[in-house]
Design a protein. Sequence first.
Length: 230
Amino acid sequence: MDFKTWRHVFKLDPVKEITDGHLERICRSGTDAILIGGSDDVTLDNVVYLMERLQRYALPVVLEVSTIDSVAPGFDYYFIPTVLNSDDPLWIKGLHHRAIREYGDILDWDELIPEGYCILNGDCKAAKLTGAKTDLTTNDVLAYARLAEHFFQLPIFYMEYSGIYGSIDLVRKVKEVLSETRLFYGGGIDSADKALAALDVADTIVVGNIIYENIEKAIETVEAVAETAD
Ligand code: 1GP
């Protein structure tokens, strides 16, 4: 199991309800991994509840950490966002420092994967929460990508459009300046076509909301990816 090979990931929000039937379809869809993450009301209880329901499936399960209090043991990886386009140090390294001060002695560093976030939809919850500066030019975004790869040497650069389908042209330009850092794209993928277009330029696509809005469409996004592998 290596996140560097993943092409399609479903992101489940522990706050949103999902039936056992839908969860089974998601987990048996052929996706590469399940990411658990959300912006508000993520608690230890709702994270553990979802994780326990996922345990019967042979899929990597990742916790994308948004609050220290909701970190439970037993995940395959812990993805730790650092919001590169926030001017609030809390979201760049403040919470991280706090967590390491508390748990630094017992952390398994191999399980922790830092993600350089670039939040590009100013209306999404994550942007508001972190005070992300989203009125960015192409050069701004390319500079964040280069900062992630060459300065901070982050394994993942995550272009986060949560809730809207972003600029595939911009994703392509970012991909062109990255070589070691893996490019994740997330936001508004709600059809096979959008999944394919995003995957054509990003290394890994993340599909979230549509799981709760239209399960058939969500499954189609994986099928589209599987066809590209044939
Ligand atoms: C959200 O990037 C993910 O963090 C996926 O976005 O919910 O819009 O699919 P959507």
